[in-house]
Design a protein around this ligand. Structure first.
Ligand code: PLP
Ligand code: COI
Length: 367
């Protein structure tokens, strides 16, 4: 079986075996509300890793449950990573992927931290394009809708000893989805978490490993019960500096500057974050990536120097924050309305993604 490691000099991808479903499912009906991440298309991409052979058996097959040994290491020690990106249908019928190589490059950073073998970024983009092309009629085109793409890797050795697995499975699932927040681009309320932490120095905060999300659930549940949509995490050492939101990076506009926590190893290097920074610089806006204390933010919220605050991420796109609660204090930002810069980032990113705004940055993979 040819392995997916690039053959020296030839740069050829191995063939992807395609098996089409004989029982296609009904597609979501245009105009009807579409939830985030609940429906899946007819097919998925799968490949296997066997130590000594590399990534093998790339295939597209009908989306279906699969058999796995209950002793598979992923269930016991959580050796699992994932990614999230989107495909968009343009008005001229072409399909746009937004910076797909960035996701597979980041997956490799997660893989390295979890001792999961590296994937070939170019091959993964090729496999993704092949899959999306087969499923192109599943890409919804209503406002705020897209085909959410979920690549992930799990450890499959049936073994209870603690060590890296020798076998893995890589999947790409596709899910026609509406907005991540049911109410679209309206300001969210965020709870600053002061008891639990998400990541610590030297830990896995910079990765998209499943465990990061498992350990965030308790705080998210408490915040939901208090009427807040998301948690804003503080650093795991002093619980003093702002890190990120549950599924988004966080940005502030303070005294006309875009201010965001620097990449310190414990927050996810978001692709939307990076895109907002690049857009801000192209607009001539001053950008500060630095340590930001929660005290500074609460003070800036009270004295009026904080003009805007928003979260950014693939699923959520750009999501204005209208209220932040820290301990017993609450600040309201921009009277709970979407600020002009937040709107500008939202319009530019969604415009480029959907093909309505010229992609001067070269971010889109069109096919
Ligand atoms: N931070 C966390 C914890 C996330 O889960 C996400 C979503 O992927 C982000 C930030 C934003 O990253 P990206 O813009 O690459 O989607
Ligand atoms: C994404 O934005 O793609 C994410 O992965 C966030 C999520 C955990 C739904």
């Amino acid at each position: 079986m040819p392995s997916i490691q690039k053959m020296e000099g030839l740069y050829m991808f191995p063939e992807i075996k395609i098996t089409l479903t004989e029982t296609p499912k009904a597609k979501p009906v245009a105009g009807e509300p579409l939830a985030f991440g609940r429906k899946f298309t007819d097919h998925m991409f799968v490949m296997d890793y066997v130590r000594g052979e590399g990534w093998i058996n790339p295939r597209i097959e009908p989306y279906a449950p699969f058999e796995i040994d209950p002793a598979a290491m992923v269930f016991h020690y959580g050796q699992a990573v994932f990614e999230g990106l989107k495909a968009y249908k343009c008005e001229d019928g072409t399909i746009n992927l937004f910076r797909p190589a960035c996701n597979f490059e980041r997956m490799n950073k997660s893989n390295e931290r979890l001792v999961i073998p590296e994937v070939d970024v170019d091959f993964c983009v090729h496999a993704l394009k092949t899959l999306v092309n087969i499923e192109k009629d599943w890409i919804p085109s209503g406002k705020g809708e897209s085909l959410y793409i979920r690549p992930f890797v799990i450890a499959t050795d049936p073994f209870l000893g603690v060590r890296p697995s020798d076998t893995y499975k890589f999947f790409i699932l596709l899910s026609p989805s509406g907005a991540y927040y049911a109410h679209g681009i309206s300001p969210v309320k965020i709870y600053v978490e002061d008891t639990y932490v998400r990541a610590v120095r030297g830990g896995t905060g910079f990765t998209k490993c499943s465990g990061n999300y498992a350990c965030s659930l308790v705080a998210q549940t408490i915040a939901h019960d208090k009427g807040y949509e998301q948690v804003l995490w503080l650093d795991g050492v002093e619980q003093k500096y702002i890190e990120e939101v549950g599924a988004m990076n966080i940005m502030f506009v303070i005294n006309n500057k875009l201010v965001t926590p620097m990449l310190n190893g414990s927050i996810l290097p978001g692709i939307t974050r990076r895109s907002c920074i690049e857009i801000a610089k192209s607009l001539g806006l001053e950008v500060e990536e630095r340590r930001i204390s929660i005290d500074e933010i609460m003070a800036a919220g009270k004295d009026g120097s904080m003009q805007e605050c928003f979260g950014c991420g693939t699923a959520a796109v750009v999501s204005p924050v209208g209220e932040l609660r820290y301990e017993d204090e609450v600040i309201h930002i921009n009277n709970g309305e979407i600020g002009p810069l937040t709107q500008k980032f939202y319009d530019t990113i969604t415009g480029i993604q959907s093909g309505k705004v010229e992609d001067t940055f070269g971010w889109v993979t069109k096919f």
